[in-house]
Ligand binder design. Sequence first.
Ligand code: AHR
Length: 505
Amino acid sequence: QEAAVPVTVQAERPGARIERDIFGQFAEHLGTGIYGGVWVGRDSKIPNVRGIRSDVVAALKAIRVPNIRWPGGCYADEYHWRDGIGPQAKRTRKVNAAWGNAPEPNAFGTHEFMDFAEQVGAEAYVSVNIGSGTVKEAVDWVEYMTGDAATTSAGAERAANGRRAPWKVKFLGIGNESWSCGGAMTPDFYTDQMKLYARFIRNYHPDQREKMPGAMRRIAVGPGTGDTAYTEAVMKAWKTHDWAWNIEGLSLHNYTTGGWPVSYSSTDFGEKEYATLVKETLGMDGLIAKHSEVMDKYDPKKEVALVVDEWGFWAAPLPGTNPGFLQQQNSVRDAVIAALNFNIFARHADRVRVANIAQMVNVLQSMILTDGPKMVLTPTYYVHKLYLPFQDATFVPVDVGAGVYRYGDLAMPRVDAVAAKATDGKLYLSLVNLDPTRTATIEAKVAGSAATRASGEVLTGPAINSVNSFAAPDVVKPKPIAASVAGGVVSVTLPPASVTMLALE
Ligand code: AHR
């Protein structure tokens, strides 16, 4: 019999608030992420509200998606918002040159995106085009979204197109990956551009004027690797900014890939590939720490948020699919990857205040897969469900003495754990068993108090590459887990490669 793993929840050492925005999502015009996955059109036989599929909205509401980033990604720097407003029949029809040369009918434009976000109950995170657009185009777009219908022409045009009340834009992305697909800009060239956009884009919503508590947060392009050149340039500019402009966030993009070009299958893999990618995803911690250190140098009060607005597992495209559509399946391994990233974000909650998994539907590590009228929820969707109590909770550190999981030369913690004091007053403990071959029996104590009850759910599947499919949608789904409490000690046995969330009372 193996010794139990000692776990101590340091309830007397609470940390920062875990902003619910770290559970944000990303929906780009890419493959069937929007067309088919979200938008089916008003005349579709697939049940929809104003063209937006109802099954997808209901699923997303259930995981309380806090914000949705749109329209890209690389596509954002090719997007011209006027192509997507006005009568559907008159919209500009194009080719999506960023992604697979797919037809882009612009049927899903500003009104449809904002309707989608409102149906889901999420805030809007809109990225403006600084690559092939102009400052004026971006200024006009935000004025169109937020201007008053009675007193401004922009607001009146919006009203004429069906929406009288201004929308709120909580987050504004100033470009995307400007060091690469967004225009291959040097850090200095980017920061000069950024200042113009940050200076002249105004949000006219009465609750969102600059410096108001609910003001729009402007997010600058930041790093996509350990290279700190963009972080330095943007933060240096922020440090010396004057009244004329400001930013409130710095973006970080980091995918789990196994190396570029991507080659790892999302379905066909064994322990070697599992261990390689799980180990790689843990690198998110060091990456955040590295860029946070630079940010701390300029901004010790942590006024600027680190916004991890693209993260997740990027696999090789599923055989037979358009490689430009980035379609992949989603397995138990993805669930472990998602939970480990949430735990890392929670540990850095003082700096990481927004994050967006890539992407929401049918693209990369998605929550939802669709095929015509069919829909299936992925293991990653269920991780979001398990972590609901972490939304706006207070971070609580956890000590774990589980030792190491090894595969060949790869070594990593066997069990990863964080806790949070939730808004419902309860303490929640997340336990991830990284080892795909061994169970882990946990004996958890809460420092300073004695737990009397523990209950919760576990997410795993028959194998590390188990997936949910349209034919078998419930293979990887949370199930109740048996946890007992004696003398203030919570005992629970974690299955191999699993994610468990316990409520401790
Ligand atoms: O999410 C897919 C792409 O990855 C995004 O468009 C881009 O920003 C990143 O390179």
